[in-house]
Design a protein around this ligand. Structure first.
Ligand code: PEP
Ligand code: MG
Length: 322
């Protein structure tokens, strides 16, 4: 099967009925980069910058950050890379940056919350990213956004760094795209403002599922209790697609569910056209979509998600369809 998947590497990811799909990969370290051409992914949909911080014993200096980002962009050879700013806290522990013990770290001082409270940390990272992407395209996204206003504050910090660098004669990125992860349910009631505020949105389905279903993603006792292919979560995802389409905002999903062929199929049926996954999943997911009649799937799936009287679960519907 490995051989079979490898043979698909240069095949365009297009469904049987002619819909183009973008398959991206998730990464976090330089050692992941060779997988970009090996997997045939068309870019990096999620680069988890906190990995560099998590494996270091002291805070990486601005030059070290810049060097990593520059190497990533160089090795991506013009394929798009979406850098997510620091997502520490919660399940992502950085030993030299320990804050007070928290009873609920997943709901605590983490990600963009921490970044806005320690603007020096975020500005340093933004400077490193801006310098590394001089003359090329920079795609930035912020994790764990809860209120749209946090994005405005983050963008002010970004603008300050841009002004600072241009004042000192540095070359800036050729284009800059600013995005948000949608992984906190409160954004579901701010979808219009969110879509208007950013260039792109990326659904973090690992956290979004955790928070929508109140299921600790790291607790094996409950992690598999509820179905990612159940109606509640799929309705949430569908609502996001509808809002993004309406606003014309580019939309990606970058959680683990994108890497399982059956769930990936459901995502396409719901309306996602860009999905980002671990590199090993690209081959199996591509193999699935090449044989997919997407229009036919949509026709059955959308009613199955909405139907309140159905005897079959959505998962059963999808298995039968597959
Ligand atoms: C997510 O939450 O779905 C996600 C992609 O980010 P992480 O797994 O790093 O929290
Ligand atoms: Mg997350």
């Amino acid at each position: 099967r490995q051989e079979q998947f490898r043979a698909l590497r240069d095949v365009e990811p297009r469904t049987r009925d002619g819909q183009d799909i973008t398959l991206l990969m998730n990464a976090g370290l330089l050692v992941d980069l060779p997988q970009l051409s090996e997997s045939g992914a068309s870019g990096i949909g999620l680069f988890r910058t906190e990995l560099q911080f998590m494996i270091a014993s002291t805070m990486p200096k601005v030059d070290e950050q810049e060097n990593l980002y520059r190497s990533v962009l160089r090795q991506a050879e013009g394929r798009p890379v979406t850098f997510r700013t620091l997502d520490i806290g919660g399940d992502k522990v950085v030993s030299y940056f320990r804050s007070a013990e928290e009873e609920n770290p997943a709901l605590g001082w983490r990600a963009i919350r921490l970044s806005l409270d320690r603007p020096g940390l975020l500005r340093t990272q933004l400077r490193a990213l801006l310098k590394a992407a001089a003359g090329t395209e920079l795609k930035l996204m912020l994790p764990m956004v809860t209120e749209v206003n946090e994005l405005r504050l983050a963008r002010e910090l970004l603008n300050k760094e841009v002004r600072h660098l241009s004042r000192f004669g540095h070359q800036l990125p050729r284009s800059l795209q600013f995005g948000a992860m949608l992984e906190v349910p409160s954004l579901m009631w701010q979808l219009d403002e969110l879509m208007a505020e950013v260039d792109f949105v990326s659904v973090g389905s690992n956290d979004l599922f955790q928070f929508v279903m109140a299921v600790d993603r790291g607790n094996s006792r409950v992690a598999d209790r509820f179905d990612t292919l159940g109606q509640p979560f799929l309705r949430v995802l569908r609502q996001i697609v509808v809002a993004a389409d309406k606003a014309g905002t580019s939309l990606t999903l970058c959680g683990e569910i994108a890497g399982k062929p059956l769930t990936a199929m459901a995502l396409l049926g719901i309306g996602f056209r860009n999905i980002s996954m671990s590199p090993a999943a690209i081959g199996p997911v591509k193999s699935m979509l090449l044989s997919l009649d997407l229009a036919k799937l949509e026709e059955g799936l959308l009613p199955a998600i909405a139907n309140t009287q159905s005897e079959k679960t959505v998962r059963e519907f999808l298995m039968d369809f597959a």
